[in-house]
Design a protein around this ligand. Sequence first.
Ligand code: ACO
Length: 325
Amino acid sequence: MTLIRSEIIGWGHYLPEKVLTNDDLAKIVDTNDEWISTRTGIKTRHVVANELTSDMAYAASKMAIDRAGLTAEDIELIVVASVTPDNTTPSVATKLANRLGVKVGTPAYDILAACSGFVYALTQADNMIRLGQIKTALVIGAESLSKIVDWTDRNTCVLFGDGAGAVVLRAGEGKGDKSDKGILATKLYADGSHYDHLKTSGGVCSTQNAGFVSMDGKEVFKYAIGSLTQAAETVVEMAGYTNADIDWLIPHQANIRIISNVGEKLGLPAEKVIVSVDHHGNTSAASIPLAFSENMESGKIKKGDLVVFSAMGAGFTWGGAAVRL
Ligand code: ACO
């Protein structure tokens, strides 16, 4: 049996130059390095100066296309996951398509699934490849969360950061067995009964402005552990593997305590769980592709490894992907 498999052949990321430390935040709100470090694991985060979300998406995409050994002309689909687009409309993806110089007519759109956005976008692109509609896709998570954070609210402003990550997917062939490379399984979920537990305080039609992030931290915390674990376990099983086969878990980077709990529930040693929340903060849809690209570049994650992405965010939405590199 021959199957079409979407292989990840390129990766890229971008982080704004400006870095905010916990001590910097202690000058803005009533907080301190000890509280932030122990409760969240975050030490520093990058924040945009003059960059827009599309600028970060562009830099990450250029790197991913370059690593893939392709040119923009090869891209047949662009999907951007973001909750912080440059404009409410049109999409970041169309702006990016024009700037990259992809062929006119190449479909490009944004999706909003909050911190699960990258896994949602990856799943859609993978499905289009597996259906044979396209061969090559560019998938990006890009966020300027510093723009929707209330910098007077210590409950939220210490948690988030800005950045972008991207991957290039290309159709390959598999046999439906353990020799297969590429995206082996994906699974998406949502439960809108949690709409109010993590949201912005405004929006286009409700307040005519973007509002600021607000959340019930404890409710998010509890739900995140269960849903991130469920998504990872499900895709590993769908792919025909067990948790012991996982080389790397890349969970959404919201909080070190959530990440450690999920690793433990999956029975993984801490060394197999990728952590970037310490120097990125929570970058929502950008968190997984950013962590992935950084660790591909450093050589920590290698070709042939079994990598599991697991994400959870506002909505609530959650989902996972199992990938053999
Ligand atoms: N500095 C100092 N003190 C603070 C800060 C701060 N930055 N923020 C809150 N506090 C105080 C609170 O006011 C509270 O004080 P009080 O007891 O006098 O009222 C105290 O610290 C404890 O607050 P809690 O909310 O109980 O702290 P908790 O241990 O639950 O940690 C946190 C809060 C870190 C937000 C945690 O609930 C969490 O990580 N939740 C997950 C939320 C998350 O990561 N959201 C991101 C988006 S969701 C996602 O990406 C999946």
